[in-house]
Design a protein around this ligand. Sequence first.
Ligand SMILES: [Zn+2]
Length: 468
Amino acid sequence: MNRFYDDVFGKKLVVCWRRVAKYLLVAALGSTAIAQQPVDAGPRDQHIESALKQVSSSRVKESIDKLVSFQTRSTLSAQDPASIAAGHGIGAAREWIKSEFESYSKDCGGCLEVKTDTFTDGPADRIPKPTEITNVYAILKGTDPDSAKRIVLVTGHYDSRNSDTLDTTGVAPGANDDGSGTAVSLECARVISRLTFPGTIVFLTVAGEEQGLNGSRHFAQMAKTGGWNIEAVLNNDIVGGDSNPQQDARVVRVFSEGVPIVASDTDLRLIRNLGGESDSVSRELARYVAEVARTYDGDVQPMLVFRLDRYLRGGDHSAFNREGYAAVRFTEFREDYNHQHQYVRTENGVEYGDLPKFVDFDYVAAVVGLNAATLASLASAPAPPANVHLLTKQLQNDSTLTWDASPGAADYDLLWRATTSPEWDHRQSVGKVTRITLPVSKDNVIFAVAAVDKEGHRSLPVVPVPER
Ligand SMILES: [Zn+2]
């Protein structure tokens, strides 16, 4: 076969296979009266866009430099009045974070309620004696009495550590881990508090992460016990964009659990039978973040990682997962372990320590933008539809879904994807209805329903449970 023939034959074969593939796809989905369209970016909200423009990398830098100035923010470090006055230790960091939230609140006519959640933990593995731990948070209460019960939350841990988790006095700058995540919560609060939303947003900074997620565990349990309806938790931990040669400053990783840790035996049986391994509420939140990134098209794009966290590591989002909440973790694309959990030193020409000079403040600002856009979109949207069911009473190739009306919804979107697709392939507006039948076989795809308001704000999608 000469080269020319080979090329022509190869091309023909490609064209032919494309046709076959298209045919197979149509056959797989069934001929449908509803037009299929790839999932698109949502409409932009001008208010959200204008708030995103206020995100400032110099404000982020100021916050991280200030946090580093406390020398150590070890959860076990000083928090007595003299140390606070001297600007040393975790107590001083806590008071400064509180004063920052309060100053943002002053700028928006008292729109933020600044609170602390203090408790005593230990003795435990990494807490040698009973220690007071304080989480600091600010609440931007929703304007609609019903929607205000729905909460979206952004968090970072303000405690730090060096090579020794029990070192209470040694320098532990924690610029990236997790001064960066703390700066995300602060900067989100500063720019978002200029707007109002029907839903409530909580800006949280926790302590105790490095001792064993103590702060987030206490906060998540408090929320669960108090019946808080938290729809989404965005945990930012190590989002400093460390300036190592392999870093990709256009990418932030978003980790999410697959099979929920709280799944019951019945849940697990359903997940196993129906292929639900990639449809936890946290994973739907991760997909939502990706969709928001397409809508607002910032300087950083999420790379969804379908696992709870990195190897050998953990984070505050898992404390919320344990209470059944949707929670994901944002982390820079490539970490430099010389710049985390290390004494500040130089050894054989290698610099160790978590110092501000390794942080890319523009990168952190871009991560703030993605978080702020996600929080604002969710707080603007109607509640996700409740009681979403897929009827499976008899063998049918059509699929019928039903759900309860969501307050504030003007429309509903039906989403579906091939069982092998990481993200939603199709999004179809179906109008203000609570039941839809379509000629797409439930055996071949995964469905979800989202509520949409009249401006186009989309809720988190909800995957149906089968109803017999
Ligand atoms: Zn951390």
